[in-house]
Design a protein. Structure first.
Length: 389
């Protein structure tokens, strides 16, 4: 029933909403990406008449989610016109009709809406990360935050924390991929430029975010952003596999462990699941992953523990100046330089530490965990007491 040789272009069906003998209400689009809502208004033995309404992607999302009535989508078309399409055995024709000239009996009832039970093909098609990656020559990622009760809105603060933690994680991984992992200081600007991502689009799923890399790939379809995203997806796909997480984080070194922990923490605040898909201009790269809330919680616990293992550890000759068993906090004073070290006892700290004596001299094993803002280089130093002998 699709017209072939008309001004509408070469069409393909996106989604059929109503079918009786043939599609009666459906969406389609042409090769240029223009979406149409098509409605059958008259049909006989040798002719069928349709209304094709040009519709923007934003309006199509509202329509497919039931937030826009079908009648309003047609009668109040964005450009105030539709196409009357007639299909006969001898050919097809399309003519422009102004919205105020559409016969009322062609239009659906006021109350009729479309409710798609899941993300429509149009969302997937238009938002495909692989499609964008190939057309722009940039790494593209889709993150779908599956929020409670399928909400399509998220608090700005929560979204900001998620995007910030994602970018800082990518920066840390990119620094490791460049062979320059560090725990301290700001990441070189050259690496930040190559690892930066921009929010390119949003879509309902419950809340979807599409990000695209700042830099295009080189002649071999390689990029530092692509290498970093490949490692990120290894971490996501590892879920709560402690062996795999340890292997990946030990390879990345530097600040990757603390940044991945922060990333997981930002996800847990959403109280939902994560669906991630990655499109790359390099054929061997790309993929999809799903991480449930349960996976996030388990991975967060594992990464918090691994953060101590892969972080920098030092030994200090010291005097124990404070120890609080209930809050698991401590304070020591270095014997050589009088420096004060304060923080928390590690989850793996041996039991005998709880019975240590204040003002006595010890050798403390400390793990240094440093959280660093990628751009400013602002540091927050944390100490974990691993052992005290």
């Amino acid at each position: 029933m699709l017209p072939i040789r008309t001004c509408l272009g070469e069409l393909e069906i996106i989604e059929v909403f109503d079918f009786f003998d043939f599609p009666r209400l459906f969406s389609c689009r042409n090769r240029a990406g223009q979406i149409f809502l098509a409605l059958s208004v008259e049909d006989g033995i040798d002719m069928a008449t349709f209304i094709y309404t040009p519709i923007s992607l934003d309006r199509y999302r509202l329509l497919a989610s039931g937030d826009l009535r079908i009648r309003d989508a047609i009668k109040l078309a964005e450009d105030r016109f539709v196409f009357k399409v007639e299909v006969t055995p001898s050919g097809e024709s399309a003519a422009m009709v102004l919205c105020n000239e559409i016969p009322d009996f062609w239009l659906p009832e006021e109350s009729e809406v479309i409710i798609s039970s899941e993300t429509s093909f149009a969302y997937q098609k238009v938002q495909s990360p692989t499609e964008y990656a190939n057309s722009t020559l940039r790494e593209t990622i889709n993150f779908a935050l599956k929020l409670p009760s399928n909400s399509t809105q998220v608090a700005a603060r929560i979204l900001g924390d998620f995007l910030g933690s994602f970018q800082e994680l990518i920066d840390a991984i990119a620094q490791a991929c460049a062979g320059e992992p560090t725990l301290r200081g700001s990441i070189p600007k050259g690496i930040l430029d190559m690892s930066s991502f921009y929010v390119f689009n949003t879509y309902p799923s419950s809340f979807g975010i599409q990000l695209i890399a700042n830099k295009q790939v080189d002649l071999f379809s390689d990029s530092l952003a692509g290498e970093a995203v490949e490692q990120l997806f290894k971490l996501i796909n590892a879920k709560a596999d402690e062996v795999s997480l340890r292997e990946i984080l030990q390879t990345l070194k530097g600040r990757a462990a603390s940044k991945y922990r922060s990333f997981l923490e930002s996800l847990l605040v959403t109280e939902g699941d994560l669906e991630a898909s990655w499109g790359s201009p390099k054929p061997a790269r790309g993929g999809e992953s799903i991480m449930s809330k349960h996976d996030m919680q388990a991975a967060y616990q594992i990464v918090s523990k691994l953060e101590e293992e892969v972080g920098e550890q030092i030994q200090v000759q010291c005097t124990l100046t404070n120890l609080h068993v209930r809050t698991r906090s401590f304070e020591i004073c270095g014997l050589k330089d009088g420096r004060i070290y304060a923080g928390k006892l590690s989850e793996e700290a041996p039991e005998h530490i709880n019975h240590a004596t204040l003002s006595e001299s010890y050798t403390a094993t400390l793990a240094r965990v440093i959280e660093v803002k990628s751009v400013s280089g602002e540091e927050k130093e944390k100490w974990l007491l691993m052992d005290l002998v």
